[in-house]
Design a protein around this ligand. Sequence first.
Ligand SMILES: Cc1cc2nc3c(=O)[nH]c(=O)nc-3n(C[C@H](O)[C@H](O)[C@H](O)COP(=O)(O)OP(=O)(O)OC[C@H]3O[C@@H](n4cnc5c(N)ncnc54)[C@H](O)[C@@H]3O)c2cc1C
Length: 369
Amino acid sequence: MNLSYWEIKSWLTNVDYTIVGSGIVGLNCALRLKQRFPKANILILEKGTLPQGASTKNAGFACFGSLSEIIDDLKSHSEEEVFQLVQKRVNGLQLLRNTLGDSNINYQQFGGYELFSTSDDLLEECKAQNDYINSFLKPLFHQDVFRFKSNSFGFENCQDTLSVNQFEGQIDTGRMMMSLLQLVSNSGIKILNNITVEDVSEDSTSVKVKTHQFEFATSKLLIATNGFASALNISEVKPARAQVLITKPIKNLHIKGTFHLDQGYYYFRNIDDRILFGGGRNLDFKAEETTELSLTERIQNKLEALLKTTILPKTPFEIDHRWSGIMGVGKQKKPIVTQLSNHVYCGVRLGGMGIAIGSLVGKELADLV
Ligand SMILES: Cc1cc2nc3c(=O)[nH]c(=O)nc-3n(C[C@H](O)[C@H](O)[C@H](O)COP(=O)(O)OP(=O)(O)OC[C@H]3O[C@@H](n4cnc5c(N)ncnc54)[C@H](O)[C@@H]3O)c2cc1C
């Protein structure tokens, strides 16, 4: 790319902080850096025309873990670790709401529900653990989080009892990202889209950044590329594609809330009189370990079948649109927020909880420098 003197001088000279990735983490990191260093020259590089990871593709659940998920986490983590995970999600959601305002992200607390299969005994296990989990979470919520209710939504092929989480909410993902981008640009932070960072190298005072269009130097580099992190040598993060579909508007839709099915491998919610439905990665983990934003027949067919048999068994519907997004996962659920070398830092591996923890991870990343 043949840049002019002016372009180099105004965009790519004396850059204090460069952030790779304009998802929830990258944008929150930039805002926090600007708060700490108001005069700093901050640049965000984003490979997509729009942010192209998970932040504009997700389902918009403002959640912190379903009953079965928390029970399951307690099998592989200590009580303290699980408590800290949930606490982080709750604090992160509060930070997101405080930063952007509930009306700007259309935050609505319709409650979260978990459906249970008839082919296993997960419901029995959840019933047995419910009181324990409620008392475990009491220091955070000061009230019972989970209770059970009978299925009043007309779901079929599942148990007649649902677990309810009164504190779970939902947001409009598009509005959240538009508001964040607006805040960032109002703060004087520059974003360059359609720029892929290909390589970074470091000397004693700065980091040389090689993109597919140009090279420049920055004092500090902060990587917020989540599912794409391995391309910049952060090998602990694996990509995990998540596929979604949305129906056309449905008259008199009686389903309102966020819903978890099959231990969270499937999830659906109401939005604009439609059902947004995603999941099915467990049908083929290996094939979904990819950064390719495409769809597979196998998963899309399963989503449609579950809509017909379980979620909307008596309601005619049409599919309006389908898409996929890339999450960043790994052996542990905890995100990686760390210094990688003298001038390079990263905040990655957000898993399926980026709405809850993304703002906090962005802030923590900025606070590392
Ligand atoms: C379908 C789906 C549904 C989900 N549902 C929910 C949900 O309901 N609730 C919830 O809490 N979480 C959900 N998640 C997870 C959540 O969206 C993510 O955890 C969160 O968005 C991660 O934010 P991030 O900023 O870390 O990463 P991302 O949003 O992925 O941002 C990374 C950015 O880096 C850019 N990038 C990558 N490599 C480069 C490079 N080399 N150069 C320049 N730019 C680069 C990408 O284009 C991308 O924009 C879902 C995810 C998906 C995919």
